[in-house]
Design a protein around this ligand. Structure first.
Ligand SMILES: [Zn+2]
Length: 68
């Protein structure tokens, strides 16, 4: 399995910018490198993936996030 270089938020699944380990939307949430399935949401209102993941912002998200 390829090691991710970027963290993903355990709460909102946002993939964080490189060298960032704290989610801007949920600063108290755990972040992890253990995630898979990258998705770019450009228009969350019209995205089925965004609705399924309950994403309410555009951005880069991980489909699956494992927080220990
Ligand atoms: Zn978050």
């Amino acid at each position: 399995m390829v090691q991710n270089k970027r963290f993903a938020c355990g709460e909102c699944h946002l993939v964080l910018p490189e060298s960032t380990d704290q989610c801007v939307h949920c600063p108290s949430s755990p972040v992890t490198l253990d995630w898979s399935g990258y998705v770019l949401i450009l228009d969350y209102n019209r995205s089925e993936v965004a609705q399924r993941l309950k994403i309410e912002r555009n951005g880069e998200y991980a489909l699956k996030v494992s927080v220990r």
